[in-house]
Design a protein around this ligand. Structure first.
Ligand SMILES: *Cc1c(COP(=O)(O)O)cnc(C)c1O
Length: 461
């Protein structure tokens, strides 16, 4: 029998071989269709006290997830990007808006959205993994805007990696499109698909399963189904707790949620031993998760477009990881439920599992009107301009009882990425941060394709 990798990752569906961190990073999804989770959760009490600010902390938190799967030094180089590539000395500052109401600013990275934080590190880790193997990797990703921008910026110009990004033609904001199409990176192919985001996701699935494309080459995706993306989001929760000091053990984190990746990273931080008062997933009007926790019935609906576009998700992919954990790691149950869901677009959560899920996390939905009201209220009371995703979290945060402990709303994008929504709420366009300056002057490179696998394959060549 082959020795088990350490630290090992197991599939939520229980019928894939265990892999190490590199295996999970380069595969994305497990061969049985499940998602990778650590076989054993690292214990924060056994993590050496970090030094060296945000980068030192990320290094200390991530090292036990990686072990010796990568050469010594790779994690440190990855974490150093939280200093080199970020535009704020604290990387993710915690700002108090009123007594016991905080926002955790996660948008000071190169594309001004929270996805930079993990993506910047994952790019360095992937490059190190491929160098160790002597291989190349083709990454394909569908985006409604932020993931693509963060991926292009993190992987652009990176050795051993080719990146293909599919966005729906005319349906991402101009700022988001320019961030993807103007980097000039030779290893990035931007495809504008004549269709919607669901078409892009369907095409990516088709590419990942295409035999001729995947024969003899590694093909993966950088969406938050990839374990490395999630692991990379755990450190900022621990940093926020450090900034809160003694009140941290009672803090509730409110996370603007689409695919439940960011919220699952918060769950993981608690599972590793970070004390907290609560974890709340705040969705926009795409509220499948909220209804599942209310009724036990989880159903794929049609995604409705909202101003918090990066959360317009109809079936949050990381819900599977939460179900696996809340069921006591019952992979047979998890497999049954999610295979059913894939086939029929719905599932019924057994009563015991539903009760367990409700103990782990709560979920609330915020309407479009409430989102706009929150942008206006926060500006009126504090002079701060927030993005619609942050507004969803902050509105949900205000509904909580703060006498139980501080409430932290995660702030996931700079408002200047969503000028239309901010202008509609406030009557003016937000000022741009330096990392969004000068985009309009640059040459755009992208190809427009029909929403067919044949057209996308031809473009990839
Ligand atoms: C991706 C994204 C989210 C949602 O994060 P998930 O991990 O998919 O739940 C929220 N806000 C912004 C700005 C995003 O880009």
């Amino acid at each position: 029998m082959a020795a088990s990798p350490f630290p090992a990752y197991v599939s939520t569906r229980g019928s894939s071989p265990d892999v190490d961190f590199v295996g999970a990073l380069l595969a994305g999804v497990a061969p049985d269709g499940g998602l990778y989770v650590p076989a054993l959760w690292p214990d924060l009490r056994e993590t050496p006290a970090p030094s060296g600010g945000a980068a030192g902390m990320a290094n200390a938190i991530l090292a036990p997830f990686i072990g010796d799967a990568l050469e010594a030094g790779a994690v440190g180089r990855a974490a150093a990007r939280l200093k080199d590539q970020f535009f704020h000395p604290e990387t993710t500052p915690l700002v108090e808006l009123e007594p016991d109401l905080f926002v955790l600013e996660l948008f000071h990275g190169p594309t001004a959205a929270f996805k930079d934080y993990a993506m910047q590190m994952v790019a360095v880790l992937a490059k190190a993994a491929l160098a160790g193997l002597g291989e190349r990797l083709l990454l394909v990703t569908a985006t409604s805007g932020d993931t693509g921008a963060a991926a292009v910026r993190a992987f652009g110009g990176m050795d051993r990696i080719d990146l293909v990004v599919l966005h729906p033609l005319g349906r991402v904001s101009p700022v988001q499109r320019l961030q993807m199409t103007t980097t000039g990176a030779a290893n990035v192919l931007n495809l504008a698909v004549r269709g919607d985001f669901d078409d892009c996701q369907r095409l990516v699935k088709g590419l990942l399963a295409h035999r001729a494309l995947t024969a003899g080459r590694r093909v993966s995706s950088v969406n938050s189904i990839n374990w490395a993306r999630l692991a990379g989001q755990i450190p900022y929760y621990i940093g926020a707790a450090g900034a809160l000091g003694s009140a941290a053990s009672k803090a509730t984190y409110v996370v603007p949620t689409g695919n439940f990746g960011d919220a699952f990273a918060g769950w993981a931080a608690r599972r590793m031993g970070l004390p907290m008062g609560g974890l709340v997933a705040a969705t926009n009007e795409n509220d499948a998760l909220v209804r599942a926790l209310e009724t036990g019935f989880y159903e794929r609906a049609h995604a409705v477009p909202t101003t918090s576009v990066s959360m317009d998700v109809q079936a949050p992919s990381n819900f599977e990881r939460l179900v696996f954990e809340a069921s006591g790691r019952d992979s047979a149950l998890t497999r049954g439920l999610f295979e059913d869901f894939a086939r029929h677009g719905r599932m019924t959560l057994p009563a015991e599992l539903l009760a367990a899920l409700r103990r782990e996390v709560s979920a609330v939905s915020v309407s479009e009107a409430e989102t706009a009201e929150e942008i206006a209220r926060t500006y009126g009371e504090t002079g701060r301009v927030i993005c619609p995703h942050t507004a969803v979290a902050l509105h949900a945060a205000r509904r909580l009882d703060r006498s139980a402990g501080p409430v932290v709303a995660l702030s996931t994008a700079h408002p200047a990425k969503f000028p239309e929504a901010v202008e509609a709420a406030l009557g003016f366009v937000p000022e741009r941060p330096p990392q969004l300056d000068g985009l309009e002057g640059r040459t755009e490179v992208f190809e427009t394709v029909d929403p067919t696998l044949a057209a996308v394959l031809a473009a990839i060549g």
